[in-house]
Design a protein around this ligand. Structure first.
Ligand code: DAK
Length: 258
């Protein structure tokens, strides 16, 4: 499918999805969110794809929900149509790892979109923020919940209540992003990380994603039990046999997703 607000390329085993509304700093409007949900769903269903990278432009990952479009809405629209929920659910349903490659602004819904991904690699130019308070609203794609889990209550309150931006170094210190790289090397580094993930058994990447995400949804005791059971189940796979045999034979494993 040809998209109007995205550029999608499949490079080897990686689906690279680039938000592409440069005139609006990739603000998230209905069309973009619908196309993004479609593109991620397609990447998830495409057997060739083993990892997804979501990025924006050098200046902006995404500057938030489209304020022009949003300003026209009333309660009946946002509540009645459950504003952006179906699209968000589609992104969360993806079983393949999704890396957010963030350069420039990731604000409001843009910051939330990055946090919906499995992890964030930031360029040293990245700026994160939840400035919705300046518009008389609050975050609505999980910002009050997810940012708090990433950076803790104090910093999350600070970000949401003042609307200030956090730079890449602070975001790394606070645990929001996993690595910071020079802006010029962002895509090279992220694609190399995605390629590395693509080499793993797909069964184990799914298992990791399910287990880590479970830690957000359940008690420690239940999470540990879930992890243990998934670990046990991987001993039913050929890839477990292959991974361990390859180590003992001092060679690279050849995973077959079986
Ligand atoms: N929406 C629409 N257009 C935007 C935009 C946005 N969020 N951000 C930037 N633009 C547009 C600007 O209007 C401008 O367009 P023209 O005037 O040239 O036509 C163009 O992008 C370039 O922006 P600037 O001229 O402002 O560029 P600067 O470098 O001077 O400033 C900036 C960059 C990122 C600091 C600034 O543009 C800015 O502050 N943007 C707004 C950031 C913001 O407030 N974001 C949060 C939006 S509220 C929910 C779902 C989602 C949400 C809530 C609920 N539910 C499911 C319940 C999300 C809410 C939000 O994200």
């Amino acid at each position: 499918m040809a998209y109007k607000t995205l550029i999608v390329e499949i490079e080897e085993h990686v689906a690279l999805i680039r938000l592409n509304r440069p005139d609006a700093l990739n603000a998230l409007n209905a069309e973009l969110m619908s196309e993004l949900a479609d593109a991620i769903g397609q990447a998830d269903r495409n057997d060739k794809v083993r990892c997804v990278v979501l990025t924006g432009s050098e200046k902006a990952f995404a500057a938030g929900a489209d304020i022009k479009e949003m300003s026209q809405k009333g309660f009946v629209d946002v509540f009645g149509k459950d504003f952006f929920t179906p699209e968000t659910e589609e992104i969360l349903r993806c079983r393949k790892p999704i890396i957010a490659a963030v350069s420039g602004y990731a604000l409001g819904g843009g910051c939330e979109l990055a946090m919906l991904c499995d992890f964030i690699i930031a360029a040293d130019t990245a700026k994160f923020g939840q400035p919705e308070i300046n518009l008389g609203v609050i975050a609505g794609i999980g910002g009050t919940q997810r940012l708090t889990r990433f950076v803790g209550k104090s910093k999350s309150m600070d970000m949401h209540l003042t609307g200030r931006f956090m730079d890449a170094d602070e975001a790394e210190r606070a645990g929001l992003v996993s690595r910071v790289v020079p802006a010029k090397k962002l895509m090279e580094e992220v694609m190399a990380i995605a390629d590395k993930i693509a080499e793993k058994s797909r069964l184990t990447t799914i298992a990791v994603k399910e287990c880590v995400n479970r830690s957000y949804e359940t008690t420690l005791r239940e999470g540990l039990l879930f992890e243990r059971r998934v670990f046990h189940s991987l001993f039913a796979t050929d890839d477990q046999k292959e991974g361990m045999a390859a180590f003992l034979e001092k060679r690279e494993p050849q995973f077959r997703d079986k």
